[in-house]
Write a protein that binds this ligand. Structure first.
Ligand SMILES: *Cc1c(COP(=O)(O)O)cnc(C)c1O
Length: 368
């Protein structure tokens, strides 16, 4: 069987180092906001090539807290609008509505699945304050175009980097393009903890200071609270484990690119559309390898019969989710078609060439 993503295999090369790191934390007797967490924040910024990293409990909190901080400093007010891709994981949109802000859903570019910059002007209103691009499936959004649009209207950019650790645009890593960015270290992400974790990155020291307090009950100094805040901390154990894996992230992304190259070079089936990737290979870190097929159920069953595990990212678009009745009337044909047709093939740093070849053979044998 070829698994979609086997996290045991992903973590196996680091097992001894992970056990040593966990032991170090246990023996230290210090479990929240200590040396590991501080070191990880520094190391993540160094790896990214700039910015200030603020560890938090998960990726959703990373996005939610940035918008909350912008409300605190009165850049945002209740009911202000945030432009988000209609085609994204629900968390990008939850971060907006959690803060009493209004998500304005914009259709994607069908080639990249990301925000289509040519639709941004039409989505703008006098209440628009933020653009929230998502680097979906690991492919960087068109940041130069989004930046131009944002500066023309005085908007801030919050990047959702939860699927794209290490993707670059014009030599600059995603996370350093916007005013702030949210990363997730959910176990299945390109940089995955062994539990939940997340981080915010910003180059704005004032925002960083505000966020350091916000994630910790709003406390700047122990037992002193200038504002109200949640508890959203990256614990010492996860920070220590992430420190083991971070130095290997670039190599893992290279392996993902090699798998993608193999798939793209050998899958040839008129019923299966391959993902597009522009001339710059480094703009994609292949969190997922997503193909499109008209008859998804048949295709998934065909692959399952060939012992190939697949997933669907995602089966229901955000505007059709039960939790968002206000969006049910929206007409988003591109997003809806994508959600009907996408299938994610096995992808990960531990996938072997033999496994990839089994996937290729099974996809090529599909006859509809
Ligand atoms: C995973 C993910 C998140 C949320 O991260 P968690 O750590 O699971 O909270 C946000 N946005 C996108 C696009 C994601 O894929």
């Amino acid at each position: 069987m070829v698994s979609f993503l086997n996290l045991k295999d992903v973590n196996a090369p680091y097992r001894d180092a992970l056990v040593a790191a966990a032991t170090r934390v246990i023996d230290s007797g210090w479990f929240v906001h200590g040396r590991e967490h501080e070191a990880f924040e520094q190391e993540f910024s160094a790896w990214l090539g700039g910015g200030i990293t603020i560890g938090v409990a998960n990726g959703l909190d990373a996005l939610t807290l940035v918008l909350r901080a912008w409300k605190q400093e009165e850049f945002l007010r209740d009911g202000d609008e945030v432009i988000v891709p209609a085609n994204t994981y629900i968390a990008s949109i939850l971060a907006v509505t959690e803060n009493g802000l209004v998500p304005v859903l914009v259709e994607p570019d069908e080639r990249t699945f990301n925000l289509d910059p040519s639709r941004l002007e039409a989505a703008w209103t006098p209440r628009t304050r933020v653009v929230l691009p998502v680097h979906l499936y690991g492919q960087a959004a068109d940041m130069p175009a989004i930046t131009t649009f944002a500066s023309r209207h005085g908007l801030r950019i919050l990047e959702d980097c939860a699927q794209a650790h290490g993707a670059t645009v014009g030599g600059r890593r995603v996370g350093l393009w916007g005013d702030a960015a949210g990363f997730s270290f959910y176990p299945g992400k390109n940089l995955g903890a062994l539990g939940d974790g997340g981080a915010i990155v910003t180059r704005d020291p004032d925002l960083a200071g505000r966020l350091r307090a916000l994630r910790n009950y709003g406390s700047h100094v122990k037992y002193e609270n200038r504002c109200q805040g949640p508890n959203s901390r990256l614990d010492e154990m996860q920070a220590a484990l992430l420190r083991v894996k971070l130095p290997h992230l670039d190599a893992e992304n290279s392996r993902r690119r090699a798998v993608a190259r193999r798939y793209r070079g050998a899958i040839a089936n008129p019923l299966v559309s391959l993902p597009w990737c522009g001339g710059d290979e480094s703009s994609h870190v292949w969190h997922l390898f997503v193909v499109r097929v008209a008859s998804r159920e048949l295709f998934v069953r065909h692959l399952a019969d060939a012992a190939i595990q697949t997933m669907v990212h995602y089966p229901i678009p955000p505007h059709r989710q039960e939790c968002y009745p206000a969006f049910h009337g929206l007409d988003l044909p591109i997003t809806s078609a994508i959600h009907r047709e996408v299938v994610s093939l096995p992808m990960g740093p531990a996938l072997t060439d033999t496994e990839a070849d089994a996937v290729i053979a099974a996809v090529n044998a599909y006859r509809g």
